[in-house]
Design a protein around this ligand. Structure first.
Ligand SMILES: Nc1nc2c(ncn2[C@@H]2O[C@H](COP(=O)(O)OP(=O)(O)O)[C@@H](OP(=O)(O)OP(=O)(O)O)[C@H]2O)c(=O)[nH]1
Ligand SMILES: [Mn+2]
Length: 178
């Protein structure tokens, strides 16, 4: 297996799947920046070089937010990556509050590799939230997101010291005790 080829193939797949999607920031950043940024946090700050974790990070929002199926991911990237993506995929058919509650409940039970993806996903989103408030979000909704993210991260602890330390800096800045 050629590591570089596998990462590029996965990045290309994710970019094509997210191609019509934009982030909620005022600049409407191409959504693909998020999964690539999550993978970058894992390699650069988390010290992760596990191919399956990096591929799952690149793919982590494809089933949740695009027409991608788990079968497609399994065909292209195998069972292990599909399993990690499945663990970090919210069931969008559920009401939002239910989805958010399940994320808190599932966090502690997730596998080590899924916890790594979730930690980097949260770190990216919280940094993004400090960089720029998503269109239409009130300060109260922003603060609620920080508090909710703190509860999810509580269940993910003991996984990666560097990422958890970075998250704690942000939580302290927003008076989130977790
Ligand atoms: N901070 C920020 N978030 C944005 C932006 N654009 C899209 N998002 C996404 O929005 C989600 C958080 O918004 P919510 O309203 O709470 O969740 P929802 O989209 O799932 O309903 C995150 O999804 P997610 O990746 O699935 O993460 P999460 O829901 O697991 O936290 C985040 O990635 C943006 O410009 N800034
Ligand atoms: Mn995400």
């Amino acid at each position: 297996m050629n590591f570089t080829r596998e990462v590029i193939k996965c990045t290309d797949f994710s970019a094509r799947k997210h191609k019509n999607q934009r982030r909620k920031d005022t600049e409407k950043t191409p959504y693909i920046n998020h999964p690539i940024g999550v993978a970058y946090i894992l390699t650069e700050e988390g010290g992760i070089s596990d191919l399956q974790v990096i591929q799952a990070a690149l793919l982590h929002d494809t089933v949740e937010d695009t027409d991608t199926t788990f079968e497609e991911i399994e065909e292209n990237f195998g069972k292990e990556v599909t399993g990690i993506v499945r663990e970090v995929t919210d069931d969008k058919s559920l009401p939002k509050m239910e989805r958010k509650k399940l994320q808190i409940e599932h966090a502690a039970k997730a596998s080590y590799k899924a916890k790594l993806v979730k930690l980097a996903d949260k770190l990216y989103n919280l940094r993004d939230l400090e960089r720029c408030t998503p269109e239409g979000w009130t300060p109260q909704r922003v603060q609620e997101y920080f508090e909710w993210a703190g509860k999810v991260v509580q269940g993910l602890r003991g996984t990666n010291k560097a990422l958890e330390a970075e998250l704690d800096v942000i939580f302290r800045r927003h008076d989130v005790i977790c």
